[in-house]
Design a protein around this ligand. Structure first.
Ligand SMILES: NC(=O)C1=CN([C@@H]2O[C@H](COP(=O)(O)OP(=O)(O)OC[C@H]3O[C@@H](n4cnc5c(N)ncnc54)[C@H](OP(=O)(O)O)[C@@H]3O)[C@@H](O)[C@H]2O)[C@@H](O)CC1
Ligand SMILES: [K+]
Length: 498
């Protein structure tokens, strides 16, 4: 029997939205959850996350954050209709939503419908009024079995990418400003604990992607139907992850990443110097305690506390991918103190033997502010830096330690940055990167831009790409990815622009 239903979920949009994505009407499961595409088998959120190479958002807050960060407005065509269950084919007597509400606020440049029914309804009831045609994308519903997840991802990527925001344009902020920014984000409703949860999940996501490359899984097998990456691999063939966790909040990111990897069925060893209840930094202590409780229940997870040098070497020698979460923006000094100095040396040795390393926020031992490397300093293949980039990661020689730098967009910061423009919170990532930033010292900013542009030009995006590797070689043939000490050693104190 058809029943009449009213749409009660608020649309998601703001003045920065550039593309409008419309379904027909929320399914019973979505109505129950109070948010769009809520059925666990619906592939909308998995496809969207894959388009932007992000972890799949889990909560309504994560989903809203992703949409706003990427400039996507989300609603449905119907404000009310008659429908049988979740069957689009049974939809009758549709009263459309007032979509003009969104167009009055945002400069929408394209409209997409998530399935044929929504497309037909839009064309019949909304197109004339709005003066914009809509393109129809394949439905993400499990009922649309003929379209696989990789096909969905491709279709949504092609459609959305020209209009949506990329994290490559994220600004560069001084470490002190990042701390202020984090507090401001928390004040506006995303607590530090949630930022850490997202940071850890981003790290886990990138580490899994790195492992996929490492074990050469076919590109088109990366996203299988269940999005359980590498799920088809036999347990003994799965990659092994090691997570080096420090005693501060950088370590907290590592504990969350370890928990997330283990929950995804991966083999994980956490190496730590203190147990979670001894961590004084918050939110790291709570996050690490929660992670420990989960890890202890999983047979493929191991916690190695205060290991001997032999135990550490043994654990590293079995790892395919290492997450370095020892020291982040709180690191100080020209030397890393024991025992982390020995841990870093051991991790770098193992990397030279083929283990891949991914650094949380900044390679441990590298100053996020100046780019100066301490003794010793982690050499990473990739650095996942949180929220925004930091000046130290943009210095000319930092990429010898950072590898590829990617920004994990943990929160929707554009409104904050725009408001803080006048107070000179942000400065641009590259000379042309964006125009919403100011600096109190124009000369300093210009020098920083020049260095940034230089670093951008020199940073290889793929260490396996021979051309990029060749370009990354300095004049003396120094390859930053090798473990040979450069001759002459590039000193961070020496400003190549002076
Ligand atoms: N705030 C947030 O909500 C979020 C924060 N986030 C994350 O937090 C990170 C910043 O965390 P943080 O400020 O706790 O500092 P952190 O980098 O862990 O370092 C402190 C530790 O380093 C140690 N240490 C220092 N110098 C040393 C040396 N020479 N040699 C050896 N050890 C040394 C110091 O030791 P201590 O001086 O206490 O003995 C202390 O234990 C940031 O990078 C990001 O990853 C994200 O999750 C987003 C949400
Ligand atoms: K780190």
């Amino acid at each position: 029997m058809p029943s009449t239903i009213e749409h009660t979920i608020e649309p998601v949009f703001d003045k920065r939205s550039r593309v409008l994505v419309l379904g027909s009407i929320p399914s019973p499961k979505s109505r129950e959850q109070g948010f769009f595409y809520g059925h666990p088998q619906n592939r909308f959120w998995r496809a969207l996350a894959a388009v932007f190479d992000e972890p799949v958002p889990r909560t309504v807050e994560d989903k809203k954050d992703l949409l706003l960060r990427r400039g996507i407005a989300l609603w449905d065509v119907a404000a009310s209709c008659e429908i049988e269950g979740a069957s689009d084919a049974s939809i009758r007597n549709v009263v459309p939503n007032n979509l003009k509400l969104i167009l009055e606020t945002a400069d929408i440049q394209a409209v997409f419908c998530t399935g044929a029914k929504a497309g037909q309804l839009y064309a019949r009831l909304c197109e004339k009024d709005l003066g914009m045609p809509a393109a129809t994308l394949p439905s993400t519903s499990p009922a649309n079995a003929k379209t696989t997840l990789p096909q969905l991802v491709q279709a949504y990527r092609n459609a959305l990418s020209p209009y949506t925001a990329s994290s490559e344009n994220a600004p560069v902020l001084d470490v002190a400003d990042v701390v202020r920014l984090e507090r401001e984000i928390a004040k506006r409703g995303t607590p530090l604990a949630l930022l850490m949860e997202r940071a850890g999940c981003f790290l886990a996501h990138r580490a899994q992607r790195m492992a996929e490359k490492q074990i050469s899984i076919e590109e088109n097998a990366l996203l299988n139907e269940n999005d359980q990456i590498m799920d088809n691999a036999r347990p003994e063939d799965r990659p092994r992850f090691i997570v080096l966790c420090g005693n501060g909040n950088n370590g907290g990111d590592g504990w969350v990443a370890a928990r997330d990897l283990a929950e995804n069925g991966q083999h994980v060893t956490v190496v730590c110097n203190v147990m979670p209840n001894e961590i004084s930094a918050q939110p790291a202590r709570d996050a690490a305690q929660a992670a420990k409780r989960v890890l202890e229940t999983l047979p493929h997870a191991l916690i190695l506390a205060t290991p001997t040098q032999e135990q550490l070497h043994e654990a590293l020698s079995q790892a395919d991918v290492c997450i370095d979460a020892l020291l982040g923006t709180g690191f100080e000094g020209s030397h890393v103190r024991p025992p982390f100095d020995a841990w870093i040396a051991a991790a770098n040795e193992q990397r030279a033997r083929g283990m891949l390393t991914i650094a949380a926020d900044v390679p441990s031992g590298l100053s996020a502010q100046t780019g100066k490397a301490a003794t010793p300093c982690v050499k990473a293949d990739e650095t996942v830096t949180m929220i925004v980039s930091k000046p130290g990661l943009e210095t000319p020689f930092a990429f010898a330690f950072c590898g590829t730098v990617s920004v994990a967009p943990l929160a929707y910061i554009d409104p904050i940055l725009d408001e803080k423009k006048e107070s000179a919170l942000a400065k641009p990532r590259a000379a042309s990167a964006n125009d919403r930033t100011l600096d109190e010292n124009d000369e300093k900013a210009a020098a920083s831009d020049k260095r940034t542009a230089h670093a951008e030009a020199k940073r290889p995006t793929d260490r396996n790409n021979e051309f990029l590797r060749a370009e990354a070689e300095d004049d003396d043939g120094y390859d930053p990815y090798s473990d040979r000490r450069p001759e002459p050693e590039p000193l961070f104190q020496r400003d190549p622009w002076s």
